[in-house]
Write a protein that binds this ligand. Structure first.
Ligand code: B12
Length: 469
């Protein structure tokens, strides 16, 4: 029997420009939308993806027959910018259905759906897609889809949010929709000539760090950690052409045995690339796996240590102690990997002197680079209450940074700069640069060529014309 025709025939996926995002933001493809697009590959005859970081003339690129537009909003973007885009789309494509997903859309769903008709979205998805976009495409009606919000008969409505299930092994993101080159391209136009890609091999995190805003869903439920099978991760890596791949998992090394299996599969299939991951220091408890990972290509590891003072680790609810951090690093310091760590400064009870001890500690345990973040209370995490309950501590309403009677926001920013200066001594710069060169083997002549090209042709508009593949 023939399955029913889908309710839509041409979908255009739109990934917004991220304005003042990170310097190397073109390293990351619109993976979430590519997954959503893959889920309807066999159901929608015409699919098109606009990445506004590259596609400047996006209005002109909207295919004429589009009857469904799907946006992904992962982080803050002024709502007015969204409304402007929707208004344009609705004018250009009368009768079109506009839907959105991603964390920012989820948090702002009510505002996005109750705006005046010409600028509002029609449906907002909360949580990971996991096949629900396909259900909408097939049935045409949001009532049949779980975890979505919409506006009907003058009322804002929402269907019940399902529990996050396990992260699916299939489909793999549809990379065939790409027209832009993703790689180490700096916002000011400097192209380092290294193609990059990203993969999500697990999602969720079982820990309860006080500052974390993303390990819970919009109803406050912890997002259970689940991981894809090593085979499915290897299948995807096999399809990826870029030599440098970032795992966007919140916690890439949570199950050491699975990581061990993944390494075995990669060795068996001869898949050789350079990988970047982010994880906790529990990696240090299984040094034999870490050594294998390094052989396979895992070379760039970012940890969330946050602090080396037990009272601060306790305040941040990190579930770590200084002793444990030191033991973990002592076990893996020798492994050829580039180690970076995040540190948070300005926690309740942390003094200026304690913050300034970071560089020495970081060098001692063997870190090659550090990232310093002034503490911020950004959302519905338990931290805000803890900070406000501490006498003499406050939250800056604009930046959400924590400050105190002792240390103002600018004092803390100054300390952050001082920490970086103290860490990056000339000797440290040379040591880290040499290690980076040895492990990641950047193609120096190619970088020099790109740099010279960039200098000669002036600094091009970073958001301007880009070469197409
Ligand atoms: C790559 C990345 C970046 C890159 C982005 C490059 C770029 N411009 O695209 C860089 C490094 C530049 C970056 C920067 C920042 N990032 Co970031 N980033 C990520 C990261 C690691 C991966 C995104 C990804 O590919 N995920 C994998 C895909 C498969 O998941 P997904 O995109 O969420 O899509 C799924 C669902 O959301 C949903 N979905 C999404 N869109 C849609 C659309 C439809 C129609 C449907 C049906 C479903 C749907 O279905 C998808 C499949 O299941 C995530 C963490 C993470 N693991 O997700 C953080 C994350 C998105 N970033 C985050 C943050 C906070 C930032 C920064 C603000 C950090 C900072 N302080 O500067 C900046 C903001 C940049 C800016 N412009 O302002 C937060 C967002 C938190 C939040 N909103 O609550 C996250 C979640 C990280 C975190 N754990 O804190 N980031």
């Amino acid at each position: 029997m023939d399955i029913m025709a889908p309710a839509f025939k041409s979908v255009c996926f739109i990934y917004p420009d991220d304005g003042n995002g990170s310097r190397f933001d073109r390293m990351f493809p619109p993976l979430g939308l590519e997954l959503v697009a893959a889920s309807v590959r066999d159901r929608i005859p015409y699919r098109y993806l606009i990445d506004r970081r590259f596609d400047k003339d996006w209005e002109k690129q909207l295919p004429e027959n589009t009857d469904l537009v799907a946006f992904s909003f992962l982080w803050d973007i002024p709502l007015t910018k969204i409304f402007e885009m929707v208004t344009k789309i609705k004018k250009l494509l009368p009768g079109v259905t506009v839907v959105g997903g991603g964390r920012f859309a989820e948090v702002n769903k009510e505002a996005l759906l109750t705006a005046p008709e010409e600028e509002r979205l029609d449906v907002v998805f909360s949580g990971p897609d996991d096949g629900r976009f396909r259900t909408l495409v097939e049935s045409g009606s949001p009532e049949n889809v779980t975890g979505v919000s919409f506006f009907r008969e003058g009322e804002y409505r929402a269907t019940p949010m399902p529990r996050y299930g396990p992260i699916p092994d299939q489909p793999l993101p549809d990379r065939s929709l790409r027209r832009a080159r993703y790689g180490m391209i700096r916002k000011d136009g400097l192209d380092l000539g290294l193609a990059t890609d990203a993969i999500q091999s697990s999602r969720g995190c079982p820990f309860h760090c006080a500052f974390c805003t993303f390990n819970k869903d919009s109803e406050g439920r912890q997002i259970t950690y689940t991981a894809r099978s090593p085979e499915s991760v290897a299948d995807e890596l096999e399809q990826i052409e870029a030599p440098f791949v970032t795992f966007v998992d919140d916690l890439a090394f949570h199950r050491p045995d699975r990581m061990d299996e993944l390494c075995d599969v990669l060795i068996e299939r001869g898949i050789k690339k350079t990988y970047a991951i982010e994880t906790r220091i529990n990696m240090g408890m299984r040094p034999e796996i870490v050594e294998k990972m390094s052989r396979v290509g895992f070379r760039y590891v970012t940890f969330g240590i946050e602090s080396m003072h037990d009272h601060v680790l306790d305040f941040l609810n990190k579930g770590l102690t200084r002793h444990r951090i030191e033991t973990a690093f002592a076990n893996i310091k020798h492994v050829p990997m580039f180690f970076i760590s995040n540190f948070i400064i300005g926690s309740v009870g942390e003094t200026r002197e304690q913050m300034l001890q970071i560089p020495e500690f970081a060098r001692k345990i063997g870190l090659d680079s550090i990232l310093i973040h002034p503490l911020r209370c950004r959302g519905p995490e338990p931290l805000t209450e803890k900070v406000l309950a501490a006498p003499g501590y406050y939250i800056d309403p604009e930046s959400k940074r924590v400050y105190s009677d002792e240390l103002s926001v600018s004092d803390i920013l100054r300390i952050a700069k001082q920490i970086k200066r103290n860490f990056w001594t000339p000797k440290q710069k040379i040591r880290s640069a040499l290690k980076f060169q040895r492990l990641l083997k950047p193609n120096l002549p190619s970088i020099a060529w790109h740099w010279a090209n960039w200098r000669l042709h002036g600094e091009p508009d970073p958001w301007g014309e880009v070469r197409r593949v």
